[in-house]
Write a protein that binds this ligand. Sequence first.
Ligand SMILES: Nc1ncnc2c1ncn2[C@@H]1O[C@H](COP(=O)(O)OP(=O)(O)OP(=O)(O)O)[C@@H](O)[C@H]1O
Ligand SMILES: [Mg+2]
Length: 218
Amino acid sequence: MSSILRAVNLRKVYPNGVEALKGVSVEVAEGEVVGLMGPSGSGKSSLLHLVAGLEKPTEGEIYLLGKSLTQMSEKELAELRQKHIGFVFQFYYLLEDFSVLENLTIVGELAGIRGSRERALEILEYLRLTHRLKHRPSQLSGGEQQRVAIGRALMLQPSLLLADEPTGNLDLAEAHRIFELFLQLREERGLSLLVATHNEELKVYFDRLYRLKDGELV
Ligand SMILES: Nc1ncnc2c1ncn2[C@@H]1O[C@H](COP(=O)(O)OP(=O)(O)OP(=O)(O)O)[C@@H](O)[C@H]1O
Ligand SMILES: [Mg+2]
């Protein structure tokens, strides 16, 4: 299996001197669902932000589909990110003044793709949200908001979905439904996933698991 993501010896020191990652290497193969677990402050979000190209590592290399992220200009990085990576944030960050449908279509419109509305409708149907198209995010349950955030991350048809505690604010039943959805996306769309969670009950969904502690793999 070829690797979609490969990070080698990542070190991240924030400007305040905190060393959040102390030489971490991870790999995600095509179609793999990989977990990232560890206590609060162990570096899970830092690692996801680095491999998404949202922040630069202090040391180390990141390869996405064989291309080195650290050698790229901001523009090249933005293009690669837009084309290949979907990011699901823990706290959704949905646009409150827009409807569910608009939260998705705006992503396609900003990226200049045609047929944004059709694609958004198709994704929202897949995510069982067709009955909520005109609702505002604040009018939805936590699980529904999380599904909208996932839908938004799927708009540009990424090859890799990075999810940072995607079920952190949900009850266990809804968390299982979100993870079943992830497996379904892998089956039906060939998506690869790297998912951070601190919930031990959800590790059954992972093909493989990395554990972080104090910025190191254990
Ligand atoms: N922007 C930042 N500036 C300075 N320090 C940071 C920054 N972001 C994270 N840190 C520090 O880096 C360490 C790792 O944080 P990180 O957010 O990666 O952990 P985490 O495993 O995602 O934790 P949680 O489970 O609470 O989300 C922590 O000590 C944190 O305080
Ligand atoms: Mg975090």
